[in-house]
Design a protein around this ligand. Structure first.
Ligand code: 13P
Length: 255
């Protein structure tokens, strides 16, 4: 696998909109037009629509400063996997990114740490940048297991990708902060980002160049404080990525 980082792009802030299972032809066109009118931003910006809309999003954003990606990909290249979409297919639509291991997929689809790592590997094989999500549940945090959980989730990806680990973007998304309006404080988030960076440093000399995003109820009014932390390199945004004004405010905060 060859390096796919843009030279000079290391640690430039990145803001990614995860649309989840939202959108439609009309709403997408409106949102994308408004975003293009609001940009460009100092930060790199990307949106991840549902699979069926990748073609129209690619058409709309081609030549713009906004990149796009998918919300998942299969660990397999092709074959009898009804309902799955391969990394090769996603790559054909000009995607730069693919989210893997989102907590909603881990929880609702039983995705294991190893499956998430295999998906990241498939993405890299097709020159996509995987955005690997890790994060603890409320019960795990309450039990003092945050460090153990995120390190375990990360270590399987580190082990599976070996020296290619430097090519991924990591997203720390505490499950209890997703869609709840309860954001981790900048200090709480930074503490986990710092331990993830330390774990990556033990695996690659390029850990200092890797992006670690925070996700979980990021809004226009809390984004700047989160993104101001030493090891927070941007955000993975759910609900607030569906409204152009809200998403644009977050992108501006990532200057
Ligand atoms: P919210 O921003 O809606 O909390 O979602 C975060 C998320 O899950 C992004 O992947």
């Amino acid at each position: 696998m060859t390096p796919i980082h843009e030279p000079g792009a290391a640690r430039r802030k990145l803001v990614v909109g995860n649309w989840k299972m939202n959108g439609g032809h009309g709403a997408n066109a409106e949102l994308l037009a408004a975003l293009q009118a609001a940009g460009p931003w100092v930060a790199e910006v990307a949106v991840c629509p549902p699979f069926p809309y990748l073609a129209e999003v690619a058409l709309s954003l081609q030549g713009s400063s906004i990149a796009w990606g998918a919300q998942d990909c299969s660990a397999h290249d092709s074959g009898a996997y009804t309902g799955e979409v391969s990394a090769a297919m996603v790559a054909e639509f000009g995607c730069r990114y693919v989210i893997v291991g989102h907590s909603e997929r881990r929880a609702l689809h039983g995705e294991s740490d190893q499956l998430v790592a295999d998906k990241a590997k498939a993405a890299l094989a097709h020159r996509l940048t995987p955005i690997v999500c890790v994060g603890e549940t409320l019960a795990e945090r309450a039990a003092g297991q945050t460090t153990e959980v995120v390190k375990r989730q990360m270590s399987v990806v580190v082990h599976t990708l070996a020296h290619c680990i430097s090519q991924v973007v990591v997203a720390y998304e505490p499950v209890w902060a997703i869609g709840t309006g309860k954001t981790a404080t900048p200090e709480e988030a930074q503490a986990v980002h710092a331990l993830l960076r330390a774990q990556l440093k033990a695996a690659t000399a390029h850990a200092g160049d890797m992006k670690i995003l925070y996700g979980g109820s990021v809004k226009g009014d809390n984004a700047a404080a989160l993104f101001g932390q030493a090891d927070i390199d941007g955000g993975l945004i759910g609900g607030a990525s569906l409204k152009a004004a809200d998403f644009a405010a977050i992108c501006r905060a990532a200057a």
